[in-house]
Structures are given as C-alpha cells and as structure tokens.
Design a protein. Structure first.
Length: 181
C-alpha cells in the first residue's frame, strides 16, 4: 500500500479520535460553557471583538479546532451560535487539505455576524464555507485592537485565538461550517 494512502488513513483515524461529538445534553452544556468562556477571554484580550460583539446580531464561537496533517491534513471542531446572549444552535467546522504540511495544532475562532441579514443567510444555508464567503474579514490580533463600532464597516468578521501547537501557516480558508441536528 502506498505511503500516501497509509498516511491518509492514519490522519483520518487520528482526527476522528481527537474530535468530540455532541451526543447528549451534557455534551452540549459543556460545549456551551467552553464557547462562553472562550468568547469572554477573546473580549478580555481584544477590545475590538467586544465592540463587535455588542452590536452583532449573532456570534458563532468554536472554542477548539484541532488541525493535523502530514501531506494530507484536516481540521475539525464544534461550536455554538449565540444570539442575544442565548444559545441559538450548534455547529461543526471542518476542513481537508493536501500539500506540503506537517504538524498538529489547535485554535479557536469566533465569527461575528454584524447584520441580521448576514446571520439569517448563514442560518438558512445548508453548509457555509468561510473561505468562499467574500464578505468575511479575518482579523489578526494586531488589527483586532483597531476595530470598534466606528471602524467596523463589513457584515461578517472572524477572530482566530488560542493558537497552540506546531504547523506551518494557519488560515480559515476552506473551513466548512454545518449545523448539528
């Protein structure tokens, strides 16, 4: 069996073991707590995120995404959509990639839907690809400090936070988000 196929199977198995599943109410409760804590930590470190959160129609928070790869890679995790401070749904996020890559890392991200229209468009979609959404602005730590309710002109922003591990490059390009039923 070619090494490429063996590595692909290994990575798929490793990713499946690392990623949690929402099987019951206790799992959802823990995910909600983790997402709330991650959002509060993001607010504490990035005033721009807090300013966006105060005016956003909804915030989708993925407290932990695990990304692993060696030539073939993937990422995944689960998150919570908050609307008016209350849980409005559960979502999964995942991606697959092929190329020169090696390593494993984890990170979180939050997507701020500033307008009700963008939030509804997201909620009606059968799957949302953050890399294909031209209106999403991915904010890095430095730029996040410059965003406030006056400078924020776009409809959707994404903040990446809590990066840990070793892997060349990090992008939300290609992250597919789907509702968990």
């Amino acid at each position: 069996m070619p090494i490429f196929l063996r590595l692909s199977r290994f990575i798929a198995l490793a990713a499946a073991m690392l990623l949690p599943t929402l099987g019951n109410a206790a799992d959802k409760s823990l995910l909600t707590e983790d997402a709330e804590a991650a959002l509060q930590a993001l607010y504490k470190h990035h005033a721009g995120a807090k300013a966006l959160g105060e005016k956003s129609a909804g915030i989708l928070v993925f407290p932990k995404i695990v990304r692993a790869g060696f030539i073939v890679g993937g990422s995944g995790g689960e998150g919570v959509l908050f609307k008016s401070g209350k849980t409005a749904g559960y979502y999964s996020s995942g991606s697959a990639s092929v190329g020169l890559q090696a390593g494993i890392q984890s990170f979180g991200y939050a997507v701020f839907f500033v307008t009700e229209g963008e939030l509804k468009k997201f909620q009606r979609s059968k799957g949302w690809d953050i890399g294909a959404a031209p209106t999403v602005v991915v904010v890095d730590a430095g730029a996040g400090k410059e965003i406030n309710t006056t400078t924020a002109k776009d409809a959707v922003y994404a903040f990446v936070f809590n990066q840990e591990g070793l892997m060349a490059g990090l992008a939300l390009q290609g992250q597919k988000i789907s509702k968990i039923k």
